[in-house]
Design a protein around this ligand. Structure first.
Ligand code: 4AD
Ligand code: MG
Length: 475
């Protein structure tokens, strides 16, 4: 049994051989003397055209109509040169066996192109389309390349907790966790005060994580800092959650984040790492996902392959927040949100900077005002800005957010006080500054935004298998 990877077009070397393939029927055209079935197994975009005639074993299954679009099949045959213009080789079928039938009239994905919105309502079937299988393969390649990059550079992968009591970003965008233990009603030995169910089995939603408040993590950074303060360079790669009720093409309630944390490092090391990382993973998909990338270039975003190649070869632009504001104030364009030193950049500003000012190259903006950034960022000598950096890319906007961390105990304590954040909740985080503190820096990259960037897909809901956003937790 072989998979279709490499594409049947590259199977010329195997002409004359007998092979067996498995997959799902994309089209089935029954003509008077022969039937053409196109089969795809998800290993690549190309379908195998299978030619069946009345002498093929299993022909009766075609006649009875059980091998319609969507059915799964196993096909044995001889690879021959194709006379059709679409493919170089095809499979002359000796034997066909239906594995799972599919009623073609009821199958939700018909040949004509379905809209992305519609496909979101059938998230269980959309991976069978070209676009979603290609996105899934590229996503996989990016994940593989991510681990490869960090492992090759001596980083240790850390699993940080999903359930946590701390709010890393301090933005209050957290989902709260509720304990839900079904009552057995048989004198179970869980103390009554932590059992959230009443004796008749209904749920007491006021209960938290075994009696203590807990939330889904918004970022693994604080935990990663702990490990960077012991193992030197580390990284996380896991799911994170944000309860922002925003319906945009760049936000999800559940997304995956990659967070490296570099010990004995400053903001420049951090920016260098972000640049090297992005160039590495982009190069990896350009080299290893050629067929899929050409597909995106043709159908999703014209010219994307060239634009990504440029990124691999050129340095990123760097400018300070203050310079960025100046640049925006000079723009001929009128913005919906007025620009002023001290306010956060909106996506219209980010797009202007990457798309208009620097011709599509990634831009790193650094040294943001301290008041618009999180408590853990290191205060610069001007005492007005912090050593933060965001990497902006065209269309997607903010792809990476990072900073040098405040490693000085007294500065960090003062910052927590200024923000009215209770120091006792951060005792362990402060301990890292008490015992062997070192300068360190890190960043967080939204993995789905990276997939958007690499594929050209417009909506973030179309680059994760099962998107979670306001109103959608089905599937
Ligand atoms: O800028 P953010 O909030 O930074 C942090 O969480 C830091 N603790 C990271 C660190 O320094 N270790 O988020 C980092 C990145 C953003 O740049 C963006 O790419 C992505 O996470 N992101 C989201 N992606 C999808 N949906 C959302 N709701 C996102 N919020 C942030
Ligand atoms: Mg950010």
């Amino acid at each position: 049994i072989v998979d279709l990877k490499g594409g049947p077009d590259e199977g010329l070397g195997r002409v004359g051989q007998s092979i067996t393939i498995r997959g799902w029927v994309r089209t089935c055209r029954i003509q008077s003397s022969v039937t053409f079935i196109e089969v795809n197994d998800g290993s690549c975009l190309s379908n195998m055209q299978c030619v069946i005639n009345s002498t093929s074993e299993g022909y009766n299954e075609v006649e009875s109509g059980s091998v319609g679009i969507g059915a799964s099949v196993l096909i044995e045959g001889t690879l021959v040169r194709s006379e059709g213009s679409k493919q170089k080789v095809e499979l002359k079928v000796a034997r066909l066996a239906t594995i799972g039938t599919s009623d073609p009239s009821a199958y939700p994905i018909q040949k004509k192109r379905a809209s992305r919105e519609f496909l979101r309502t059938i998230a269980h079937l959309r991976p069978r389309t070209n676009t979603f299988s290609a996105v899934t393969r590229v996503r996989n390649a990016l994940a593989y390349a991510t681990h490869q990059f960090f492992q090759e550079n001596g980083f240790v992968w850390i699993s940080t907790p999903i359930i946590t009591a701390s709010d890393c970003e301090g933005a209050g965008e957290q989902f709260r966790v509720t304990t839900l233990i079904p009552s057995t009603g048989e004198g179970d030995n869980i103390p009554v005060d932590v059992v959230p169910t009443t004796r008749n089995g209904t749920i007491d939603w006021s209960q938290d994580f075994f009696g203590k408040p807990a939330f889904l993590t918004v970022s693994g950074q604080l935990n990663a800092e702990v490990y960077a303060s012991a193992l030197s360079d580390v990284y996380t790669f896991g799911p994170t959650f944000r309860a922002e009720n925003s319906n945009t093409s760049r936000h999800l309630a559940e997304f995956w984040m990659i967070e490296p944390e570099l010990a004995f490092s400053d903001l420049n090391d951090d920016m260098a790492c972000a640049t090297a990382y992005l160039q590495y993973v982009v190069k990896y998909v350009l080299e290893n996902c050629k067929e899929d990338m050409e597909f995106f270039d043709t159908w999703i975003e014209k010219g994307i392959v060239n634009r990504l190649s440029d990124i691999v070869e050129n340095d990123f632009i760097q400018l300070t927040y203050t310079d960025a504001i100046e640049l925006l104030l000079k723009a001929e364009r009128k913005f919906e949100f007025p620009v002023k030193w001290g306010t956060d950049l909106q996506s219209e500003h980010e797009r202007y900077i990457t798309e208009k000012s620097f011709g599509g190259r990634p831009v790193i903006i650094k040294n943001y005002p301290k008041d618009i950034k999180a408590f853990y960022m290191r205060l610069n000598d001007d005492e007005k800005t912090v050593a933060a950096m965001d990497v902006l890319v065209p269309r997607v906007g903010e792809l990476i957010g990072g900073s040098q961390r405040e490693e000085r105990l007294e500065f960090l304590e003062r910052r927590l006080d200024d923000l009215n954040l209770p120091k006792e909740n951060y005792w362990w985080y402060l301990d890292i500054r008490r015992f062997g503190s070192v300068p360190h820096a890190g960043f967080g990259l939204g993995f789905e935004r990276l997939v958007q960037f690499a594929t050209g897909m417009e909506n973030i809901r179309d680059v994760i298998p099962f998107p979670r956003s306001p109103g959608s937790a089905e599937f």
